[in-house]
Design a protein around this ligand. Structure first.
Ligand SMILES: [Zn+2]
Length: 484
C-alpha cells in the first residue's frame, strides 16, 4: 500500500539537516517513508492532499506522564498557595497512608485521555516518564489499539515523599518498595519491549534523582546498559531537590549523576533547569553544561510548564552552544508540542535578552532530531527514505502563511496544536481533520472528566492541611460551580 501525500510544504531530511520543499511530496509505503522532498511522479494506491499544510515529521514528546496531568492544572498555577512545594512535590507528597490508589477503570480512562491528547497536539512518539501503576497488559493493549508509539515502563524509587501533619516534606526510605518497583520495571521491559507492532518500547524511569538512593540509580543505569535501552530521571527540576543533593553528596544533581556514571548518550534528564548556570541555586562553582555536553546526555526541556512557575533554562542558547543535546517535552497540560516550539524560542530570547537566540530552526530540531538521540533512533523525527512514517499535516492556511516567507517560522510564530490536522504513526492515520479516528473522542473525554473530578474531590483527604483544590489554587474570579 503506497500513499502519496502531495502539494504541501514538505520538511524532508537530507541526511544532514531538514530542508523544506514547497509543493513537495511524501510517499509512504506501509509503515515507512519511501520518498520525501520534491514532487513525486510515480504510481500510488492513495493520495492525500496537503495543500496549505506543512508536512512535518511527528514530534518526539520527551515528557508525558500517563498519570493524567490533565487533572493537574492546579499543580502549575503560579498563584498556588503552597510555594515551597511547587512543582511535583504537592502531588507526590500526601499524608502517609492517606492516599488510596485509583481503581483500574480510572487508570485506564486517564491513560487513554493522555495518549489521545498528546497525539492531537502533534506528538507521535510519547516518552512516558511515569504514570499510574498497574494493569500493564491493559496498558500494552491500549498502545496497540490506539496506534500510538510509546517508550516507557513503571517508575521506581526507594524514597517516598510525604508531608507530616505540619506540612513539612519528608523522605521515607523504603528499600523493599524500591526493589519491587525496579523488578516490576524490568519485567515490563522484558514482556512488552517490541510489542504493539514494535510501537511499544522499553525504557527505564528512575523517578527523581533525590528519591532514588545512589545504589538504585546505579542499578537502574546498569540494567539500562545491559538491556541496551534508554533511561530517564528528573533532575535539576526544583530547588528542594537541588539542595538535598548538594547536602547529601556535596555536588550539584548534574555533577552527582555524571560521577556515578548515570549520564551518557542513552540518558534523558527531565528539566535540568537548576544547574550551575541558573541564578537561583546561587551555586556557580562548576560547569554543569560542560558536564552535560561531555557525557552526551539529553536534556528534556519543558518550556511552558516551567515558564508558568517563572522558571526557564538559563538558557536554551547557552545549553545549545555548550553542545548539550536538547529535546522538548510538554509535561503536564496542555500537551501541545506546536506551542512548545514557540515557548522554547521566546523564552530563549527573553532569558538572554537576545532576539537572535532560540531560532525556529533550533527549537524545531530539538522537537524532532534532538528527541531521537537518547532513543538511538535514526528512523524517527525526520522524513527520509526508510524512516518510520510518523508525520503531521499542520494547517498553515489560517496562519496567514502566504505572507510568510518561511512556513517553519510561521509555525513557530503562530501555530498551535489545534492546527494539527492529520497525524500518522507507522503509516496509519490516527487523527484526521483534527479528530481521532480509532475511538470515540468525546466518550474518552467524558470519562476522563469524571475521573479527574473524583480525584479533585479527594484532595482534602490526603492533604496535610485538608485544603481543597479551590483553596490551593484560588480561581481567577469567585467560581459558582453547578450542582453535579
Ligand atoms: Zn515529570
Amino acid at each position: 500500500m503506497k500513499t502519496h501525500i502531495e502539494g504541501g510544504w514538505v520538511v524532508a531530511f537530507n541526511g544532514r539537516t531538514h530542508e523544506v520543499h514547497e509543493r513537495g511530496s511524501v510517499v509512504v509505503e506501509d509503515d515507512h517513508v519511501l520518498h520525501a522532498g520534491p514532487p513525486y511522479g510515480g504510481p500510488a494506491d492513495a493520495t492525500i492532499s496537503a495543500r496549505g499544510k506543512l508536512v512535518s515529521p511527528g514530534f518526539i514528546n520527551t515528557h508525558v506522564h500517563t498519570a493524567g496531568n490533565g487533572g493537574d492544572y492546579l499543580l502549575l498555577d503560579m498563584a498556588k498557595n503552597d510555594y515551597r512545594t511547587a512543582n511535583y512535590m504537592s502531588f507526590a507528597a500526601p499524608l502517609k497512608g492517606a492516599m488510596t490508589p485509583p481503581p483500574p477503570e480510572a487508570v485506564a480512562a486517564i491513560r487513554q485521555y493522555v495518549f489521545l491528547h498528546a497525539l492531537k497536539g502533534g506528538t507521535t512518539t510519547i516518552i512516558d516518564v511515569g504514570g499510574l501503576r498497574g494493569d500493564w497488559d491493559g496498558y500494552a493493549r491500549l498502545v496497540d489499539d490506539l496506534g500510538v508509539r510509546v517508550y516507557g515502563s513503571p517508575t521506581f524509587r526507594d524514597r517516598n515523599t510525604f508531608m507530616d501533619a505540619h506540612g513539612r516534606l519528608y523522605y521515607d526510605h523504603d528499600a523493599a518498595a524500591g526493589e519491587a518497583a525496579f523488578k516490576e520495571a524490568l519485567e515490563f521491559v522484558k514482556k512488552f519491549d517490541g510489542s504493539a507492532g514494535g510501537r511499544l518500547r522499553g525504557m527505564l524511569n528512575a523517578a527523581q534523582v533525590e528519591t532514588c538512593t545512589e545504589s538504585l540509580l546505579r542499578a537502574g543505569k546498569d540494567a539500562a546498559r545491559t538491556l541496551n535501552i534508554p533511561i530517564h530521571t528528573h533532575a535539576g527540576g526544583n530547588l528542594i531537590e537541588f539542595e538535598r543533593i548538594m547536602a547529601e553528596y556535596r555536588k550539584t544533581p548534574i555533577q552527582f549523576l555524571a560521577d556515578i556514571g548515570f549520564l551518557d548518550d542513552r540518558t534523558l534528564l527531565g528539566h535540568a533547569v537548576f544547574t550551575t548556570a541558573h541564578p537561583w541555586p546561587r551555586y556557580p562553582f562548576g560547569d554543569d553544561l560542560r558536564v552535560l555536553a561531555q557525557t552526551g546526555a539529553t536534556v528534556g526541556h519543558c518550556p511552558y510548564k516551567y515558564a508558568k512557575m517563572a522558571m526557564t533554562l538559563q538558557s536554551f542558547q547557552r545549553y545549545l552552544e555548550a553542545g548539550v543535546t536538547i529535546a522538548i517535552g510538554t509535561d503536564t497540560f496542555p500537551m501541545d508540542m506546536v506551542a512548545e516550539l514557540r515557548w522554547a524560542s521566546i523564552l530563549a530570547k527573553i532569558a538572554d535578552a537576545n532576539y537572535q537566540a532560540g531560532l525556529a530552526r533550533d527549537v524545531f530540531n530539538a522537537a524532532t532530531l534532538g528527541g531521537c538521540e537518547f532513543l538511538g533512533r535514526a528512523d524517527l523525527g525526520r522524513l527520509a527514505p526508510g524512516a518510520k512514517a510518523d508525520l503531521l499535516l499542520i494547517n498553515l492556511d489560517h496562519l496567514g502563511a502566504p505572507v510568510y516567507a518561511d512556513p517553519i517560522k510561521a509555525l513557530v510564530d503562530a501555530g498551535c496544536g489545534r492546527d494539527v490536522d492529520t497525524v500518522m504513526v507507522d503509516g496509519k492515520v490516527l487523527v484526521q481533520g483534527g479528530r481521532v479516528t480509532r475511538v470515540d473522542e468525546d466518550a474518552v473525554y467524558a470519562k476522563a472528566r469524571l475521573v479527574t473530578q473524583r480525584y479533585w474531590e479527594q484532595v482534602p483527604r490526603w492533604r496535610w492541611d485538608k485544603a481543597g483544590v479551590d483553596q490551593i489554587i484560588p480561581p481567577a474570579f469567585p467560581l459558582r460551580r453547578a450542582a453535579p
